[in-house]
Design a binder for this molecule. Structure first.
Ligand SMILES: CC(C)(COP(=O)(O)OP(=O)(O)OC[C@H]1O[C@@H](n2cnc3c(N)ncnc32)[C@H](O)[C@@H]1OP(=O)(O)O)[C@@H](O)C(=O)NCCC(=O)NCCS
Length: 176
């Protein structure tokens, strides 16, 4: 852990193998060699965050990387530099979040999804498993596929059930 550049809130838990404040793969060429660039940002983890095993959370490059209040992240996922993960969002296992990505609040990102740099995902949106998200996705939708497409409205809201299984059940039940 990069202790001087990782700022952690209350009730933080993380499992074995997870690296906090890793140096991102930002490279420049000098004199025919590739070198890692200096990074300016920190990693900020707000209150009540829970991270699984073998995850990598990068430092910010130009700005901070921010994991907001109440976020859960499953095993083997990574969060890129300058990314911002919104309050109460759940990132499942094996998810690759690139640099500068913004994910809204109360989202669910299913396993094996990849999100391209600078993509923005709105609030209350569910991204289905195995998606390649290469464009912005609005709030309140279910989207999946490669490339990721909006499939339908996501009617799930937090008062419709508290677990990820509730969310997936509601997504199927609330089909339009
Ligand atoms: C979003 C999700 C629930 C799919 O919802 P849905 O729209 O109700 O999907 P359905 O099962 O009714 O399938 C509808 C069609 O989309 C396809 N499809 C479903 N999910 C897909 C995905 N993620 N990517 C590509 N195609 C998908 C199905 O094959 C089906 O195609 P068909 O009509 O040609 O047969 C599902 O993709 C998902 O991500 N589930 C989450 C699993 C999960 O996270 N479990 C917890 C693990 S810890």
């Amino acid at each position: 852990m990069n202790e001087d550049r990782v700022i952690i809130g209350k009730n933080f838990v993380f499992q074995e193998g997870t690296v906090l404040g890793a140096f991102p793969l930002k490279l420049e060429q000098k004199d025919g060699r590739r070198l890692r660039m200096q990074v300016k940002g920190n990693l900020i983890i707000e209150d009540d965050v829970d991270i699984g095993a073998n995850c990598v959370l990068n430092l910010g490059w130009l700005e901070d990387t921010i994991i907001r209040k109440g976020v859960f992240i499953g095993h083997l996922s990574s969060v890129g530099h300058d990314a911002d993960i919104g309050e109460h969002t759940v990132i499942s296992v094996h998810v690759g979040i690139s640099g500068h990505v913004k994910v809204g609040k109360w989202c669910y990102i299913a396993p094996q999804t990849v999100i391209a740099p600078y993509v923005k995902i709105g609030d209350y949106t569910m991204i289905g498993m195995g998606s390649v998200v290469d464009k912005d996705i609005p709030s309140g939708v279910i989207a999946y596929g490669s490339p990721c497409m909006v499939i339908r409205e996501n009617k799930w809201r937090p008062d419709m059930g508290s677990t990820v299984d509730d969310l997936i059940e509601a997504a199927k039940r609330e089909r339009i």
